[in-house]
Design a protein around this ligand. Sequence first.
Ligand SMILES: C[S@@+](CC[C@H](N)C(=O)[O-])C[C@H]1O[C@@H](n2cnc3c(N)ncnc32)[C@H](O)[C@@H]1O
Length: 210
Amino acid sequence: MSSKKGLNDAYSVKTPEDNIKLYKIWASSYDDDFAKKNDYRSPVLISNYYDKYSNKNDVPVLDVGAGTGLIAEVMNKKNTIDIDAIDISPEMLESAKSKNCYNKLIEADLTKNLDIDNNYYGAIVSAGTFTHGHIGPNALDELLRVTKPSGLFVITIHSKVYVNQNFEQKFQDINEQITDLTFHEEKAYGNNPDKDHGNDTVFITIFRKK
Ligand SMILES: C[S@@+](CC[C@H](N)C(=O)[O-])C[C@H]1O[C@@H](n2cnc3c(N)ncnc32)[C@H](O)[C@@H]1O
C-alpha cells in the first residue's frame, strides 16, 4: 500500500484503530508529503501562541497527538523545552524519537484513561489532533486531570469539528474547572491548493485549569 496519504485520508478515519492503521502507513512520509506539501501551519502557530501566553511555571509540557514531533521541533529551536510526547501510533512516535526533541514518548490512546499522575504537567499543547475522527471533546477531562492547577492549554480544534462534535457544550460543562478561555481562528494551511481542505481553519484554543 502507498505511504502517500493526504488530507482526505486523515479526515476519513473514525476510530482509534483506524488511526493506528492510517499513521502506521503514513509515518514515513508525513513530514514531506503532508506537512511540507500542504504548507501545514498548526505546529508553528501552537509554538507561537505558547510563547505568547506561557510563563516560566508552565512546564513540563505534554504534546497531545505529538505525531512525528513537529511542535517540539519548532519549540526546541527557540528554547530547550521540557516536553513529553503522547500518541497512539508507535510509528509516528518512532519518527519523533529520531529527532531527539522529547524527554519521554508515551504510547497511549487519548480516548481512554491515561497512566499519568494527577496535576503533573504545567502545559498541554496539541496540533492536528482535535480533528475529524481523531480525538473529541471528552479527552479534555483526562488532560485536565493530569495538568497542574493554573496549567496552560494551547491546542488546535478544527473549526468544523468544534461545531460537529459539540465542543461548545463541553466548554460549558467544564466552565467551572477552567479560566481565561480564548479562541483564535487561523488557517491550518498556508499556500495550499487542495480544493477540499486548503482553506480549512482551526481554533487555537487557549485556557488555564483553575
Ligand atoms: C494529524 S496528526 C498530528 C501530529 C502532530 N501533532 C502534527 O501537528 O504534525 C494526528 C496525530 O494524532 C494521533 N492520534 C489519533 N488518534 C489518537 C488517539 N486516540 N490517541 C492518541 N493519539 C491519537 C495520531 O496517531 C497522529 O499522530
